[in-house]
Design a protein around this ligand. Sequence first.
Ligand SMILES: CC(C)(COP(=O)(O)OP(=O)(O)OC[C@H]1O[C@@H](n2cnc3c(N)ncnc32)[C@H](O)[C@@H]1OP(=O)(O)O)[C@@H](O)C(=O)NCCC(=O)NCCS
Length: 170
Amino acid sequence: MSIGKYVMRIILRSVESSDLERIRRHRNEPVTQRWLEAQIFIDLKSQQVWFKSGGACSFRIIQEGDRDIGLGRLLVSKDAQWCTVGLDIFSEYRGQRLATPAFQAVIEDGLKLASHLDLWVFIANTFAIRTYIQCGFIHDHSTPVKFFTREIDGQIGVHSYVRMIYKQNA
Ligand SMILES: CC(C)(COP(=O)(O)OP(=O)(O)OC[C@H]1O[C@@H](n2cnc3c(N)ncnc32)[C@H](O)[C@@H]1OP(=O)(O)O)[C@@H](O)C(=O)NCCC(=O)NCCS
């Protein structure tokens, strides 16, 4: 993707032990936590156990040029048919329209791992939904919606969490 004369080079790379502090900080930020299905605080010890047991294999660092801009998720199902994808842009890079090109790179890698892609997202997460639709995901109306309590814009409420599928090969 290019913006003016600037060519965006986005790649996904494996998570290294040197990324753990950055990931831990990112995952524990309230603004990230509120959109996670499991709102778990990650401490150093539990993260090290997670890393040593291979938990990071389903995550990638998203790099734009020499900057680490976010975290991609690529979790392949046991039958290897589906890859559940996800996207987080690190807070200092949000709002710079990096989400769509970053997610396109996640999709590309996901399609190397499985023939079908899906994801879960809160309907209230409008910027994420916008990105996912732009990248070719549609709401999967055949999967029941989940509901979770979240505080959004200072209001505690019950919010719907929906499955989306990649329509090119749904
Ligand atoms: C959701 C998330 C990935 C979006 O990344 P981002 O870098 O903030 O988003 P972008 O700047 O690329 O914008 C994405 C879209 O939302 C719009 N947008 C972003 N910030 C906006 C704002 N403050 N006001 C209006 N529109 C906005 C952009 O215009 C863009 O749409 P467009 O391409 O049609 O113009 C990011 O906010 C994030 O990581 N959030 C926390 C974790 C999370 O929610 N992950 C998704 C879990 S399913």
